[in-house]
Design a protein around this ligand. Structure first.
Ligand code: AP5
Length: 205
């Protein structure tokens, strides 16, 4: 099964994708995580992507498609943060069939609160939340003991820009997939485990 997780910045796509990939034996492909790794390693691709990410803009489609092709696997895939616009959705169709698109929906004020409290580990990239999923020790990763930091694009002005980009470029995908009959909307305002249960319900239908 190939699944796409769609939704606004900070709604919990990465959190759910990680859990679902493990439970269902799918390969988790997060374009955001892959790009952040490329930036951290200072690769050519990372250098090209960095300026767009810092400003909360979408990275050009050709870079994203190159990444997707590089990371595809023959097993089922769960996409987190891809596709982000119509041309990426059409490019994906040429590569593989998408079975279900899960739209995680949540009021904007809830996701902004989640984003401003998100911290990530500088070394292993594990994601925390100071309110809903705090580290055991103050601002230090439970797994590798490294420092936790705020993502550069989680600053208020960049969050606002990311929401604008989401509304203008990604939201049109909702009607695109609804017309294809593969869009399933999930209320993502509750607890992590409740949301996972709702998604699994839809995937098992
Ligand atoms: P990306 O990393 O994909 O950013 P995003 O879509 O804005 O999503 P986030 O990673 O911010 O949030 P999320 O929905 O995964 O939430 P999370 O689970 O972390 O992309 C970053 C940038 O890369 C883009 O701006 C763009 O520049 C570029 N890019 C990436 N993909 C691209 C593409 N396809 N095309 C072009 N450019 C691309 O959760 C957020 C916080 O909330 C965490 O702290 C978490 O612990 C907490 N949390 C999660 N669920 C809950 C819950 N139910 N209750 C309480 N807290 C919760």
């Amino acid at each position: 099964m190939n699944i796409v997780l769609l939704g606004p910045p900070g709604v919990g796509k990465g959190t759910q994708a990680q859990i679902l990939a493990k439970k269902l034996g799918l390969k988790w492909i997060s374009t955001g995580d892959i790009l952040r790794k490329e930036v951290a390693e200072g690769t050519e691709l990372g250098k090209k992507a960095e300026k767009y990410m810092k400003e909360g803009k979408l990275v050009p489609d050709d870079i994203i498609i190159e990444i997707i092709k590089k990371h595809l696997s023959s097993s089922g895939v769960i996409f987190d943060g891809f596709p982000r616009n119509l041309s990426q959705a059409k490019a994906l169709e040429k590569i593989m069939d998408v079975d279900k698109v899960i739209f995680l929906n949540c009021p904007e004020e809830v996701v902004i609160f989640r984003l401003t409290n998100r911290r990530i580990c500088v070394k292993c990239n594990r994601v925390y939340n100071l309110i809903s999923n705090p580290p055991k020790n103050d601002e230090v990763c439970d797994v590798c003991g490294s420092k936790l930091v705020q993502r550069e694009d989680d600053k208020p002005e960049v969050i606002r820009k990311r929401f604008r980009v989401y509304n203008e470029e990604t939201k049109p995908l909702l009607s695109y997939y609804r017309e294809k009959g593969i869009l399933y909307e999930i209320d993502a305002s509750g607890e992590v485990s409740e949301i996972t249960k709702s998604i699994l319900g839809v995937l098992n239908e």
